[in-house]
Design a protein around this ligand. Structure first.
Ligand code: PA5
Length: 336
């Protein structure tokens, strides 16, 4: 079995992972916060950070408190004893996330750790902090998006910040993905064939930005290629002006949602017209699903499948990330 085939197995297992993650979440114990929670801060990098972007988008209409994702070493000054602070790292050993975790403790925040093991779980056990241990043994944190995303929703639910409806929607999203898996794979193969030797540019609406980020990251890590993304309406006020001459290397991909406002749909049509005049190719995908959660998960699944087919087309191993390992090793050798 090639490494790329392994990543295909992991992608194929995403709908089942969502259900397994829900079972884990249902059994998790999260102790009540000592102080009222006025805001939430999530520290996580790469494949362990992207889940927080989805949660922030999903809970917007429901959560009474802001949900901010941080991807770096330092915390904002407002993280304090009224903050729910979530540290998310699949390995439990990512240095930026560990740095944030140590600052959570200094600030007296209500801390919850999400990891499969490593220093994060060790420290949570030692200090008696809340943690949810994710299933270990995956060769790839980015293939564990379902686990980290679902656990964050459970933490919020158990602390009374959101109800259970988003979790129910993830359950139905899993069924939707199982139902459409073969069609999604077919579409993903077509798209991969059009983009694998080009520079993909992904456009979507603001609410679906996490999907565009996920797609970009999967093209980067699984496909070993560059990619960029932007969102409508913001790109209408800047990037659009850059579309002025032929860009034959660029493959533009528009991710569409029936939930977008009429005004944003119109903006997207006009943007497509402008981009289509100059891009080497232009494709559009309409998300399936009845709500934001289902549509986002549908597009994530499509993105993941495209990325493994891109890896095949480019003759690369979807799982290896030697350059990230090299960077992490070099930093470790350099000391603190
Ligand atoms: O998908 C990957 O392998 C990376 O993006 C990792 O998620 C990232 O380097 C952070 O590591 P971890 O998820 O173990 O915290």
């Amino acid at each position: 079995m090639t490494q790329s085939k392994d990543m295909k197995d992991l992608v194929a297992g995403f709908p089942a992972q969502l259900l397994e993650a829900i079972e884990i979440g249902e059994q998790a114990n999260i102790s009540p916060a000592k102080n009222p929670i006025h805001k939430v801060y999530v520290a996580g990098m790469g494949g362990s950070g992207i889940g927080a972007d989805f949660v922030a988008s999903f809970i917007r209409e429901e959560s009474p408190v802001p949900y901010v994702t941080g991807k770096g070493y330092e915390l904002p000054a407002w993280v304090d004893e009224n903050t729910l602070a979530i540290a998310s790292s699949y390995s439990g050993n990512t240095e930026e996330t560990l740095s944030s975790f140590n600052q959570f403790l200094e600030k007296g925040a209500k801390v919850v750790c999400l990891a499969s093991g490593g220093k994060l779980i060790e420290a949570a056990k030692e200090k008696g902090l809340d943690y949810i241990q994710l299933p270990g043994g995956s060769p790839s944190p980015r293939a564990c998006l379902g686990y980290s995303l679902v656990q964050q929703l459970f933490v919020l639910n158990k602390l009374g910040l959101i109800g259970a409806s988003l979790i129910d929607q993830l359950r139905s999203a899993s069924a939707l993905l199982e139902k459409h898996q073969e069609a999604v794979k077919g579409r993903a193969q077509q798209i991969a064939a059009l983009i694998y030797d080009r520079l993909p540019v992904i456009y979507t609406s603001g609410r679906l930005e996490p999907v565009a980020i996920r797609m970009r990251q999967q093209f980067n890590e699984n496909g070993k290629m560059l990619c960029w993304h932007h969102v409508i309406p913001e790109m209408n006020h800047n990037e659009l002006v850059g579309w002025r001459q032929e860009q034959s290397r660029i493959a533009a991909l528009f991710l569409r949602s029936s939930l977008d406002s009429a005004r944003n749909q119109l903006r997207t049509e006009i943007t497509k017209e402008v981009v289509g005049n100059f891009a080497g190719s232009l494709m559009e995908v309409q998300a399936k699903g009845e709500n934001l959660v289902e549509q986002a998960m549908y597009l994530v699944h499509l993105a993941d499948w495209i990325s493994v087919y891109v890896a095949d087309q480019r003759g690369v191993d979807a799982i290896e990330i030697k350059v990230i390992d090299y960077l992490k090793d070099s930093l470790a050798k350099a000391g603190e």
